[in-house]
Design a binder for this molecule. Structure first.
Ligand code: SF4
Length: 376
């Protein structure tokens, strides 16, 4: 039997760069699309022929890749890896960058799930964050995906946007629920250092909602989704029953995955590997050496914190000390007894002799919990 692992492919191209974005994605380098997909094909050829329960093409904006390049890539993935019969195969699509005919092409090549980066249905807010689409593009893209036969859609929204009010957020939630996607990711905006948005905020050109307003938005989003029957299974993710994202859940559970493309990371055979974020460097390495990855060596503490950072995101699944011990070969309870007791006293977790889980308060303060555990 081939080894089992989820597959991730990174497409680093975007039509324009959003003001808040610090991902390894780039606008204005379309001339690299062809050599990049050739390099990616080379990396796939060199990879082990894994059995894949899930495949995820993310970015960047994968839907910005011209149809013939995407088709060749999809055929390469299908031809090389053993995709399980019930594979979950997702592509990220941004409104205005893919049509019904793109979606039909993808479906013919085993893609069965789309993650659509809407972020907001409010044109004024989309402008404030420099998104390259408007509200009509978002609706049209979702309609095109349904028309092409996709019955597993995820819609991304962001709250805490510059100029956003609680009533704007509630309106976005009503629109989202009216479209009835199978899955929704609702993230809080993080003001990343060095982004154009940070400069705009510093100069007073736009202002962000304060912490209380942002907190209320998060609560309102969760409440609206819960009332509509979506399960809140991860800090920022909600799904109708049985529609949780299997690919991301594999990350959160610490299962093996192979990442291909610039900036992609892998966790395979117990080793962590990373490719360079620079697109040209990635292409050159693939052309000259046939490999672009380097191993990331970490100590036991860093591995434990990394694992918890991901695993704690699955808010409904308690973490047993045996599970952590089996996964990381560490005496978790022995090492972390003091911070765990402290976190329980603060109401952030509920602790038993054999496991712990986040409390409702802990869900909102995950960063503080990780900080406390990191002090050991
Ligand atoms: S589309 Fe996504 S990856 Fe591209 S710049 Fe915007 S936020 Fe970043």
């Amino acid at each position: 039997m081939p080894e089992k692992a989820s597959i991730y492919l990174h497409i680093p191209f975007c039509r324009s760069k959003c003001a808040y974005c610090d991902f390894p994605s780039f606008a204005g380098i379309e001339e690299l699309m062809e050599p990049y997909t050739a390099a990616l094909a080379r990396e796939i050829d060199a990879a082990a022929k894994l059995q894949a329960p899930t495949v995820y093409i993310g970015g960047g904006t994968p839907s910005y890749l011209p149809a013939p390049l995407m088709e060749a890539l999809l055929k390469k993935v299908i031809g090389h890896f053993y995709l399980e019969e019930q594979v979950e195969f997702t592509i990220e699509a941004n409104p205005g960058t893919a049509s019904e005919s793109n979606f039909r092409l993808w479906r013919r090549n085993r893609v069965n799930r789309l993650s659509i980066g809407v972020q907001s249905f409010n044109g004024r807010l989309l402008k404030n964050i420099g998104r390259g689409h408007n509200a009509a593009d978002a609706r049209n893209t979702i309609a095109a995906a349904r028309a092409a036969g996709f019955d597993n859609l995820s819609i991304d929204l962001i709250y805490g946007l510059p100029g956003q009010t609680l009533s704007d957020l509630k309106e976005d939630m009503r629109t989202l629920l009216g479209l009835w996607p199978e899955h929704a990711s609702v993230y809080q905006l993080i003001l990343e250092e060095g982004t154009p948005l940070e400069k705009m905020v510093d100069k007073g050109e736009v202002s962000l909602p304060d912490d209380d307003e942002t907190f209320e938005m998060g609560e309102a989003a969760t409440g609206a989704l819960a009332e509509a029957g979506y399960g809140h299974y991860e800090i920022s993710n909600y799904a109708l029953p049985g529609r949780e994202c299997r690919h991301n859940t594999a990350y959160w559970l610490g299962k093996p995955f192979l990442g291909l493309g610039s900036g992609a990371h892998s966790f395979i055979n117990g080793r962590r590997l990373a490719n360079p974020e620079n697109v040209q460097e990635y292409i050159q390495l693939m052309e000259s050496k046939g490999s672009a990855s380097t191993e990331i060596v970490t100590d036991e503490k860093a591995r434990t914190i990394d694992y918890l950072l991901m695993r704690l995101r699955l808010i409904n699944k308690e973490i047993s000390f045996k599970e952590v011990g089996d996964t990381l070969s560490v005496d978790f309870k022995g090492h972390f007894n003091i911070p765990l007791t402290k976190l329980q006293a603060g109401g952030y977790i509920t602790l038993t002799d054999s496991s712990f889980r986040l409390s409702n308060k802990g869900i909102r303060y995950l960063d503080n919990i990780i900080l406390e555990l990191s002090k050991v």
